[in-house]
Design a protein around this ligand. Structure first.
Ligand SMILES: Nc1nc2c(ncn2[C@@H]2O[C@H](COP(=O)(O)OP(=O)(O)OP(=O)(O)O)[C@@H](O)[C@H]2O)c(=O)[nH]1
Ligand SMILES: [Mg+2]
Ligand SMILES: [Zn+2]
Length: 262
């Protein structure tokens, strides 16, 4: 971990060019900055029961909102009999999405990730507890972050990393370890969601009625797209869920009950 030594003072505070923000856990609505001036977001997910496409869509929305290049890092390929099927589920999510399948414990397997680790590059890691974020850091840097085995019963991590930390990559760049987040709550993220779901957005605004609710209306472009197999139902539902969360986030608390009933 990079800790300023005695006598070292910040020379300059850089402007925030990119900011990763999430909604903080808890009842009160407030934002929490995860990291700033990040070039690449490693979205880490393991090839086991942690794997979840909807959660990946959440993380992709976060990256797209911040205009940070996402890389999906699928870990624990050494423990999976069918890495290819995990990879195939990810490929369709976004055009030109970079996917790297690794054994985070094996340095040789990280060769392709290292091309992103050069001097001048800053990387942040996000993903559930136990997927191997700190293991990756330990192999890409000279740091010694604590790691711990996942639970035998449910395969979940133990929330070993409890705070964010910045590390110098052996290849010259910087990398930020973060505590595991299982249920990422998006902050103001409408543009990021639209960007992540361009298969959906291409039909929005194409319905006959401009106030179409995409339910039973005639001339609904979304309904037609679903019916004719041009849009996947899971993607549409996932998009709706994220946008609904955005809508509720913007409604003051006392109105939320009313909004759900109506
Ligand atoms: N076999 C195998 N084990 C891995 C791999 N990646 C991580 N592990 C193991 O998975 C466990 C959890 O790894 P961590 O690096 O602590 O996971 P983390 O994402 O940092 O977890 P939190 O700090 O709790 O958020 C450790 O026992 C690692 O050795 C991998 O690619 N293959
Ligand atoms: Mg960790
Ligand atoms: Zn419609």
């Amino acid at each position: 971990m990079l800790i300023p030594t005695e006598g070292e003072r910040p020379l300059r505070i850089l402007n925030r060019e990119t900011v990763l923000i999430r909604k903080a856990a808890g009842k009160r609505i407030h934002d929490q900055t995860i990291a700033a001036n990040v070039d690449t977001l490693f979205i880490v997910m393991s090839c086991d029961q942690d794997f979840n496409v909807s959660r990946l869509e959440r993380y992709l929305s976060l990256a797209n909102q911040a205009k940070i290049s996402p890389v999906i890092v699928l870990t624990k390929i050494d423990l999976s009999a069918d890495t290819e099927s995990f990879k195939q589920s990810v490929i369709s999510l976004q055009n030109n999405l970079r996917i790297e399948c690794v054994n985070a414990k094996d340095y040789a397997s990280l060769l392709s990730l290292r091309t992103l680790c050069a001097e001048g590059q800053t990387i942040a890691l996000v993903g559930s507890s136990g997927v191997g974020k700190s293991t990756l850091i330990n192999n890409l840097t000279d740091s010694d972050q604590s790691t711990a085995d996942v639970s035998i019963e449910d395969g979940k991590g133990q929330h070993t990393t409890t705070s964010r930390s910045l590390h110098l990559l052996r290849d010259g760049g910087l990398i930020i370890d973060t505590p595991g987040i299982r249920e990422l709550q998006l902050s103001d993220c409408e543009t990021g969601i639209e960007g992540t779901f361009d298969d959906v957005s291409q039909f929005l605004g194409c319905c006959k009625f401009s106030n179409c609710q995409h339910q039973t209306e005639k001339g609904c472009a979304i309904k037609d797209a679903l019916e004719f197999g041009k849009l996947e139902l899971r993607r549409w539902k996932s998009y709706q869920k994220l946008q609904e969360e955005q809508r509720l986030r913007d409604i003051p608390k006392y109105e939320k009950g009313r909004s759900r009933k109506s």
